[in-house]
Ligand binder design. Structure first.
Ligand SMILES: [Zn+2]
Ligand SMILES: [Zn+2]
Length: 116
């Protein structure tokens, strides 16, 4: 590993933000062309940066306070039509690029990312 510390969602090789997982469950860094498994996203929890600004998070703050993981929103999974997805946001390193929101279906684990 290079001198970059490994943060979930970032390339362990060069530190670039990674695109969403491909259909085969892996992800390829745009910068260094390395391919990584889904484990590079592991540890991506809600304690990263939480924003309720996304217009797609219904009502802004419909967070289940009593839910075990605390970051589930009512959002329909495009894959299995489940209506709950957990999410985490990552602030990109350069401020003018906004942030990426990662949604994961609580049922089928389908992943979706959204740039704001
Ligand atoms: Zn890279
Ligand atoms: Zn699903």
């Amino acid at each position: 590993m290079a001198s970059f510390s490994h943060e979930p969602g970032f390339c362990p090789q060069c530190g670039t933000i990674l695109p969403m997982l491909g259909s085969e469950g892996d992800v390829r860094c745009y910068n260094c062309k390395q391919t990584f498994g889904p484990e590079v996203f592991s540890g991506l929890e809600c304690h990263y940066v939480i924003h309720f600004n996304s217009p797609n998070v219904y009502g802004g703050s419909k967070q289940k306070a009593d839910s075990a993981d605390g970051c589930v929103v009512e959002r329909m999974c495009p894959n299995c039509k489940n209506d709950k997805m957990s999410y985490a946001t990552l602030q990109l390193r350069s401020a003018d690029e906004g942030q990426t929101v990662f949604y994961t279906c609580t049922k089928c684990k389908f992943k979706e990312t959204e740039n704001s």
